[in-house]
Design a binder for this molecule. Structure first.
Ligand SMILES: [Fe+2]
Ligand SMILES: [Fe+2]
Length: 225
């Protein structure tokens, strides 16, 4: 039997009451909490945009017998990502971005416009977006790893006084695993895009720079707003 994916903790209805999926860590400083919230706000917005990008691509290329099913498959994964991110946002009581509607419109527009430029351009858009999102998820995993280490250190110093063993909140280590899983999915989308000739798109370098730059800017905006 294959091992369950970390995100199954959120998609399996039987596990909604587990502390890792129903509670948030109280053992973190204000700064750590802000970091966690900014990360989750970006992640949720990113998954919203990703869903709309694939929706836009499918609106144009849905009838294509080769890339149509491929885009649908990637979109289905994004639907799962968003579903899990929505649950995480509620669990950790994160304020969603106020740029919610912008993410939808920009995502759909980006997907549809690049698809109108051709299959290769659509794949180049996917390549650029998933590269930036993959890097962003990597940074998230790193900061969550640091957070876990800090919580452990904090509880260790309390340990001397309390003589009581506490470990990192299970929700934080689960979050780290979920993000790692999603990062792998995004990198798979990236590989698919390259495999389906993203690099043959007209003005590939320019397209990558514009789309990738836009994504990076969106990440910074969603952290704050
Ligand atoms: Fe995703
Ligand atoms: Fe993706």
């Amino acid at each position: 039997m294959s091992r369950a994916l970390p995100s199954a903790a959120y998609t399996d209805p039987g596990r909604t009451q587990e502390p890792s999926t129903s509670r948030t860590s109280q053992d973190i400083t204000k700064l750590q909490k802000d970091t966690l919230h900014a990360a989750l706000r970006v992640d949720q917005a990113g998954e919203v945009a990703a869903n709309y990008i694939y929706m836009g691509q499918l609106a144009v290329l849905g009838r294509d017998r080769i890339v149509g099913p491929l885009i649908q498959e990637m979109w289905d994964q994004e639907k799962k990502h968003l579903n899990v991110m929505n649950k995480l946002q509620l669990q950790h009581r994160v304020r969603p971005t106020i740029l919610w509607q912008v993410a939808k419109v920009a995502g759909f527009g980006l997907g549809a416009i690049t698809a109108l430029m051709g299959k290769e351009a659509a794949m180049a858009c996917t390549e650029a977006v998933e590269t930036v999102i993959g890097e962003h998820y990597d940074e998230c995993v790193d900061s969550l790893r640091r957070l876990c280490r800090n919580i452990d250190r904090m509880t260790c110093s309390q340990l001397k006084e309390l003589n009581e063993m506490k470990s990192s909140h299970p929700s934080i280590s689960l979050l780290k695993d979920v993000i790692r899983e999603f990062r792998d999915d995004e990198l798979e989308h990236l590989d698919t895009a390259v495999e389906y000739h993203s690099q043959r798109a007209p003005a590939h370098a320019l397209l990558s720079t514009v789309v990738g730059g836009g994504c990076k800017m969106a990440i910074e905006l969603c952290k704050r707003f």
